[in-house]
Design a protein around this ligand. Structure first.
Ligand SMILES: Cc1ncc(COP(=O)(O)O)c(C=O)c1O
Length: 363
């Protein structure tokens, strides 16, 4: 009879030793910590929309009567609405439970065990995480000191076993974007180039219109950031039309649940409202940047997203993170060699910026 250890050894070798993804804490856990410590919270660790979702989403969800039904596996209504919103063809769109789901689908679709994925850290942790799970191998091509892409190094690293590269633009956590010329150079390589535009609504610089011209370009988008529905999990990919049937075939059949579907449709009916919140965040980003720049021991990096990466000079970045946490302010600290001297602060409401700056002054 198998014992516990035997069963553990049955877990796929690569997964037994794989590093887990480090997610942000849920708000109730943070609130508990903050109430115990400070009496209030500013949740600035997840690059979420602090203004919440469209009121239309709240209302439609409370009135929806069909949650007992399964959602449409072909995502027809959602894909048509996304086509109208983006200008892309519905046949080129796949929706997912967040763009995380699309990252996973793409890697499961293209990777044979041992195939390589080029990752350009520091960047979004889900790319190496999903590569590991899909049985692929990550080839690291670090970004340059200013966090721009090292295009010659990517070209050198791309060999015949390399299938995919992910380029977040704007990049998380550095907040800078790739240029069209850089992406075009990468599209000349024999691999799939996935441009992850999770934060594009804050930068306004999309490559989505280029998808029909390239057989190897996929652009990912999400409703988590600009539309304020991170908790409902809604994202989409705009892909070459011939690849879409494969993605639709291997995705979880009901990956867009009915609540997410309702939320997507209502958000798209309320784009003007949501854009006002995006505008408020973009304006607040500049206030936060100026505030952070006043500190001699911080070096904020210019950002076109809804967060700011800061190098912490002459003191421990982890202590700054913990010091803010003690004061009820939750930001992101990454326990990785390349980011150990940095903190990332999401843009909140004006009151959050005031609290962050006051807390930093107090440290
Ligand atoms: C660059 C990037 N891509 C994708 C995502 C995931 O977004 P979603 O919530 O749609 O899964 C994030 C979330 O932080 C991100 O930073």
């Amino acid at each position: 009879m198998l014992n516990e250890k035997d069963v553990e050894y049955m877990v796929r070798g690569g997964l037994r030793h794989m590093k887990a993804y480090t997610p942000v804490d849920p708000i109730d856990l943070l609130t508990e910590k903050a109430v115990a410590k400070a009496g209030g919270t500013a949740k600035l660790d997840g690059n979420e929309n602090p203004y919440g979702c469209s009121p239309r989403v709240q209302k439609a969800l409370s009135e929806y009567k069909e949650f007992n039904r399964y959602p449409d596996p072909d995502q027809r209504v959602v894909r048509n609405a996304l086509a109208k919103y983006t200008g892309a063809k519905a046949e080129s769109i796949v929706a997912g439970a967040g763009s995380d789901d699309l990252i996973d689908i793409i890697l499961r679709l293209f990777l044979e065990p041992g195939d390589k994925v080029i990752n350009c850290p520091p960047t979004f942790g889900m790319y190496p995480f999903c590569t590991d799970i899909a049985g692929g191998v990550v080839t690291k091509v670090p970004r340059k000191r200013d966090f721009s892409l090292d295009i010659p190094a990517i070209k050198t690293a791309a060999d015949k076993n390399t299938k995919v590269t992910f380029i977040a633009s704007p990049n998380n956590p550095s907040g800078n974007q790739a240029s069209i010329d850089e992406i075009k150079e990468l599209l000349g390589l024999d691999l799939i180039v996935v441009v992850d535009e999770a934060y594009v609504e804050f930068s306004g610089n999309s490559m989505l219109g280029m998808v029909p011209q390239y057989a190897n370009l996929i652009v990912l988008r999400t409703f988590s950031k600009w539309a304020g529905i991170a908790g409902l999990r809604a994202g989409y990919g705009v892909c070459p039309c011939n690849i879409v049937p494969y993605m639709m075939k291997i995705k979880q059949p009901y990956n867009i649940n009915l609540a997410a579907q309702v939320a997507i449709l209502e958000s798209l009916k309320d784009v003007d409202y949501l854009q006002k919140t995006v505008k408020a965040m973009v304006a607040e980003r500049e206030v936060l940047y100026k505030g952070l720049k006043q500190f001699k021991w911080l070096k904020p990096y210019p950002s076109v997203a809804n967060f700011i990466l800061c190098a912490v000079l002459d003191r421990s970045a982890k202590d700054v993170y913990l010091g803010l946490q003690k004061r009820g302010i939750f930001i992101r600290y990454f326990e990785t060699p390349e980011l150990k001297d940095y903190i990332r602060i999401s843009v909140g409401r004006p009151g959050d910026t005031v609290n962050v700056i006051a807390a930093l002054n107090d440290m």
